[in-house]
Every structure is written in structure tokens, then in C-alpha cells.
Unconditional design. Structure first.
Length: 154
């Protein structure tokens, strides 16, 4: 891709991200829950209020952004994730070939927070999922592709 083609691709992906995120907010109140929990073995995330699971989704980890040193670590390179989740995330390596930009094949590039959301938007497009969830842990924000989002009936 030329720089101009990449910019068009990025803009398209980011617009798709914004539309999908708005839909998740409207339909599932994503971003307003008191707590979230993961079951990495099942590749699921649970959104809770008052200790009760209200919404559940499947996940594919995308990557993490550390605001202290402005680095992004692709989930496929993060040994903190189980191997099967890293394998699902490894599809994102194809972005390097698709775009011609090394940042998509570099395990831990230096970026800023805006670029972290751009990475999430491009990943959302590549994985063709419902949206993205950003889960903060200390000074690191973990980005997950979420799909099969649904309300849990108690």
C-alpha cells in the first residue's frame, strides 16, 4: 500500500470501529459495567454489575498499550496469554503483508495512545468482529476483539 492508500484504509477501519463501538454501547452498555472478568480458557469476557454477569462475549486479544513507555505489544507476542489465544491473535501478523508496514510484524513498536486505537480499528477490520473492548490493568490498557456479544439471562 502507498501511504495514501494506507490512510484511506485506516480512515475506513476507524470509521467502522466508531460505528461498531456505538452499537455496543447502545445495545449492551459496553463501557458502563462495574467490573469485567475473563476466562482465557474459554476465550470469553464477562461484564458484571453488583456481582452478576449481565453481558458475555468471545474474545481475541489484539494487543496492549503501556502509557509509561508508549509501547504497543501485539497479543501474539505476549507470553502472558495462553497459546491458543496467541494463535488466534497471530492472524493479525498478516497486516504487515497486506499493508507493507513493519509495525504490524514488530512485536513491540513505540506508539501513542491514538495509534493504539488505530491498531484496534485495523484489527477489528481484519478479524471481522462486533467491536473492541479496552480493559485497563495498572498503566497498561489491553485491547480485545469481542464477538458474539449477548445479554446473559439470570
Amino acid at each position: 500500500m502507498t501511504d495514501e492508500e494506507f490512510q484511506i484504509f485506516l480512515d475506513t477501519c476507524f470509521e467502522e470501529l466508531e460505528i461498531k463501538q456505538q452499537k455496543l454501547i447502545e445495545e449492551f452498555n459496553i463501557g458502563s459495567f462495574q467490573k469485567f472478568e475473563f476466562d482465557f480458557e474459554k476465550a470469553e469476557i464477562y461484564f458484571l454489575n453488583e456481582g452478576l454477569v449481565e453481558v458475555q462475549a468471545n474474545i481475541i486479544p489484539i494487543g496492549s498499550f503501556n502509557s509509561e513507555n508508549n509501547t504497543w505489544m501485539w497479543a501474539w507476542a505476549n507470553e502472558g496469554f495462553p497459546e491458543d489465544l496467541r494463535a488466534k491473535s497471530a492472524r493479525l501478523k498478516q497486516l504487515e503483508e497486506k499493508t507493507g508496514f513493519e509495525i504490524f510484524g514488530t512485536e513491540m513498536p513505540e506508539i501513542d495512545e491514538d495509534m493504539a486505537w488505530e491498531m484496534a480499528g485495523i484489527s477489528l477490520n481484519m478479524l471481522n468482529v462486533q467491536g473492541v473492548y479496552r480493559g485497563p490493568v495498572n498503566k497498561t490498557e489491553y485491547f480485545y476483539a469481542i464477538d458474539n456479544v449477548h445479554h446473559v439471562r439470570s
